[in-house]
Design a protein around this ligand. Structure first.
Ligand SMILES: NC(=O)c1ccc[n+]([C@@H]2O[C@H](COP(=O)([O-])OP(=O)(O)OC[C@H]3O[C@@H](n4cnc5c(N)ncnc54)[C@H](O)[C@@H]3O)[C@@H](O)[C@H]2O)c1
Length: 344
C-alpha cells in the first residue's frame, strides 16, 4: 500500500509536542515527509530533530511533495492555508479553532466540497477516552433526550505567556476561542450537534489587565492584554436543550476545573470523571467504569482517524460543518458580549 505523505505547516509547540510524534507512530500507513514554517531555521531544526527529509519556508512549494497537511499556525492563517491546500488537492487537518470567524469557516468548507478532499479540525477533546465512552453512551437510550448541558473549562491563573495566544489580531480572542472552544465542541458533538437557536454571553478582560498579577504560565504584557480571560454564555438549541457555559484562563476560584455533564430525560452523564446517573428498581444509581478502552494520548487517536479517513478506510470524527458551528457560537458570544456595558 502506498503511504500517505504528510506535511506540517507551522512547526511550533503543538506540531512538535503532539502531531509529529503522534503521526510518526503510524509508520505502516503514513510518513511525515516535509515541514514548513515562516521561520525557516525552525523548519530546518524540526526536520533534523524528527528526521523529516524536506523543509520549506514557503508552504505552497511543499504541496507537490505531499498528500495531506497538518496546519499548526496561529489562527489568523488557518483559513487561507486550508483553502490553498485543498485547491492543491491536499487533505487537511487544521488545528482548532477552525478559523477566526464563521465566515472564514464557510470558505474553508466550500473549498473542501469543491476539492473532494478531507478537512478535519483539531478538536482533540473528542478523542479522549472519557469522551469516546460518553459518545458511545449518548448513542444509546440510556440518557435519553438531552435537556440541560453544563460545560466548563476554568483555569485559576494561567494566561499563556508564550507564543501569540494574547494577540487578538493573530488569534481572534482569548480564553473562549483558545480553550472554551474545546468544551463547546465536545458538548455539541455529544448531543448530536442540534442547531443553536439563541446564544448570549459576557466576556471579561479585567483581571489580566491589572499589573503584577500572579500568573503560573509565564509572563505577558498586561498593558497590551486586549483579549478575553473569562467568558460566560447561555445557549438554546432547536431540540429544546440548553447549555450553560463558562471558560477562563485566569479567574479567582479554588482550583482549575474541567466539567461536562448532560442531564437527559432518562439519566445523566458526567464526562470528567466518567460517571452515569440512572434510576433502576426504584433506586438511584451512580456508576463509574473501572476501565475505559482507548489511548491515554488523544493525539494518537486523532492521527489514526485522520490517516484512515484520508486512505478511505474510516469516517472523519471531526467534520468541518461541526467545527464551523463552534465558530458560529463563538462569533455569537463575542457579538452578544459587545453589547454588555461593564459599569466601572
Ligand atoms: N488542540 C489544542 O489543544 C491546541 C493546543 C495548542 C495550540 N493549538 C493551536 O495550534 C496552533 C498553533 O499553536 P502553537 O501553540 O503551536 O503556536 P506556536 O507559536 O508555538 O507555533 C506556531 C508556529 O507557526 C509559525 N508560523 C506563524 N505564521 C505562519 C505562517 N503564516 N505560515 C507558516 N508558519 C507560520 C511560527 O513561526 C511558529 O513556529 C494555534 O491555532 C492554536 O490554537 C491547539
Amino acid at each position: 500500500m502506498k503511504k500517505l505523505r504528510i506535511g506540517v505547516i507551522g512547526v511550533g509547540g503543538i506540531a512538535t509536542g503532539r502531531h509529529i510524534p503522534a503521526f510518526q507512530q503510524f509508520t505502516d500507513q503514513a510518513e511525515i515527509t516535509a515541514v514548513s514554517d515562516v521561520n525557516v531555521h525552525r523548519a530546518e531544526d524540526v526536520a533534523k530533530q524528527f528526521q523529516i527529509p524536506l523543509f520549506f519556508s514557503d508552504y505552497k512549494e511543499m504541496f507537490e511533495e505531499i498528500d495531506a497537511v497538518i496546519i499548526c499556525t496561529p489562527n489568523k492563517f488557518h483559513a487561507e492555508i486550508t483553502v490553498d491546500a485543498l485547491e492543491a488537492a491536499v487533505h487537511v487537518l487544521c488545528e482548532k479553532p477552525m478559523a477566526l470567524t464563521a465566515s472564514e469557516c464557510e470558505r474553508m468548507a466550500a473549498a473542501q466540497k469543491d476539492s473532494g478532499k478531507k478537512l478535519a479540525i483539531g478538536y482533540h477533546y473528542r478523542f479522549m477516552k472519557e469522551s469516546q465512552a460518553a459518545k458511545k453512551v449518548m448513542l444509546t437510550d440510556e440518557i435519553g433526550t438531552p435537556l440541560v448541558i453544563r460545560a466548563k473549562g476554568l483555569r485559576r491563573r494561567k494566561v499563556p505567556g508564550w507564543g501569540v495566544f494574547t494577540n487578538k489580531e493573530l488569534q481572534g480572542g482569548g480564553s473562549l476561542i483558545d480553550y472554551g472552544c474545546h468544551l463547546i465542541d465536545l458538548a455539541l458533538w455529544l448531543i448530536g450537534n442540534p442547531k443553536h437557536t439563541e446564544v448570549s454571553g459576557s466576556s471579561y478582560n479585567a483581571l489580566s489587565k491589572i499589573p503584577n498579577q500572579v500568573n503560573l504560565w509565564g509572563d505577558y504584557d498586561h498593558q497590551k492584554f486586549n483579549v478575553d480571560d473569562h467568558v460566560t454564555a447561555y445557549m438554546k438549541f432547536e431540540n429544546g436543550a440548553s447549555l450553560l457555559f463558562e471558560t477562563s484562563w485566569a479567574t479567582n476560584i479554588r482550583d482549575d476545573e474541567e466539567h461536562l455533564s448532560i442531564s437527559g430525560v432518562n439519566g445523566g452523564i458526567n464526562v470528567f470523571p466518567f460517571e452515569l446517573y440512572t434510576t433502576r428498581y426504584n433506586m438511584l444509581f451512580n456508576s463509574a467504569p473501572i476501565w475505559i478502552p482507548g489511548e491515554e494520548d488523544p493525539g494518537i487517536l486523532q492521527a489514526k482517524n485522520f490517516i484512515n479517513a484520508c486512505l478511505g478506510e474510516e469516517e472523519l470524527i471531526v467534520k468541518p460543518e461541526e467545527a464551523m458551528q463552534v465558530s458560529q457560537i463563538i462569533d455569537a458570544i463575542y457579538k452578544s458580549s459587545d453589547k454588555v456595558t461593564v459599569v466601572e
